[in-house]
Design a protein around this ligand. Structure first.
Ligand SMILES: [Zn+2]
Length: 140
């Protein structure tokens, strides 16, 4: 008959073997995802990224490829996915800050853009009115 100590040792060995197997699966799944992403043209082109002064680097740069990222809209709370292709465009074409990520759903983004452009228009009108007044009165 096995002692309690022996049984425990066997159980520990089994547990460790399972943990190692699971870790290997995670690594191989990550590698497969990376290869798939590279095949789809979703590899990160570091040279195309906007420069940054931070010591660290964002996860996607370390990982080397873009992957679809689920997020919740900060305005309406809707669940959305920021697609790998959208990320590549944002960071490499639009030169978006590498530490920014998607925050709003398409609908809220559209609304926010409209709100900002309206605010800008109102502000510029105000500035123009003030300048006209100054010009008319000769005030400084
Ligand atoms: Zn939203």
């Amino acid at each position: 008959m096995k002692s309690g100590k022996q049984r425990r040792a066997e159980l520990d060995a089994k547990r460790q073997a399972r943990a190692a197997r699971e870790a290997a699966e995670v690594v191989s799944a990550a590698r497969e995802a990376g290869e798939r992403a590279a095949a789809l043209g979703m590899a990160v082109n570091r040279a195309a990224l906007a420069p940054h002064n931070s010591y660290g680097e964002p996860d996607f740069v370390t990982r080397g490829f873009y992957a679809d990222e689920p997020f919740e809209c900060v305005d309406c709370g809707k669940a959305e996915v920021w697609r790998a292709g959208q990320q590549k465009w944002w960071y490499e074409v639009a030169k978006g800050d590498v530490f920014t990520t998607a925050r709003r759903c398409r609908e809220c983004r559209r609304r926010e853009r409209a709100r900002r452009s309206e605010a800008r228009r109102v502000h510029q009108e105000g500035v123009a009115r003030k300048q006209r007044r100054h010009a008319e009165t000769g005030a400084e």
